[in-house]
Write a protein of this length. Structure first.
Length: 150
């Protein structure tokens, strides 16, 4: 098993535009939906996504904050599948306009026409506990500690 550093993983994630956020449904199933990775962030174990309060994901996180994130970046230059990243974490719902402003990027205006003043806007913060990656034949895990996922 190889061992990429969190910094190396962060460099890769910066180039991934979207990820999939998975939550547990009220019936016990798993629901996944695409979320913007915003590309402009340095990953430190916390991910931030915006959604509307009426989204199913918000109610699902309220009921069970355990979530998963999956990322994929294809290696076009080498013609191979590229890197796959799976993150286990706990989500926190933030409804503070100051936090919205801190994490807002211009590209979000496409989805939220009123910007940080969008009615029902919610910031989802995912604290990673464990990150697993597959990069070609290399596989590894980065543990971010129980304190990050608590």
């Amino acid at each position: 098993m190889a061992s990429k550093s969190l910094s190396e993983i962060s460099d890769v994630m910066r180039d991934i535009d979207f990820c999939m956020l998975s939550t547990r449904t009220p019936a016990g199933g798993i629901a996944s939906r695409p979320m913007s990775n915003n590309r402009e962030v340095d990953y430190d174990g916390d991910s931030y996504f915006f959604a509307c309060d009426s989204a199913h994901s918000i109610g699902e996180i309220d009921a069970d904050p355990n979530v998963g994130l999956t990322y994929h970046a294809k290696d076009h230059l080498l013609g191979r599948p590229g890197i796959f990243i799976a993150i286990e974490g706990k989500a926190e719902l933030i409804r503070d306009k100051g936090a919205f402003e801190e994490h807002w990027t211009k590209g979000l205006d496409r989805w939220f026409k009123d910007g940080v003043d969008t009615p029902g806007l919610v910031l989802i913060k995912v604290h990673a506990g464990k990150l697993h990656y597959w990069d070609g034949e290399e596989e590894g895990e980065v543990s971010l500690g129980a304190d990050k996922a608590a």
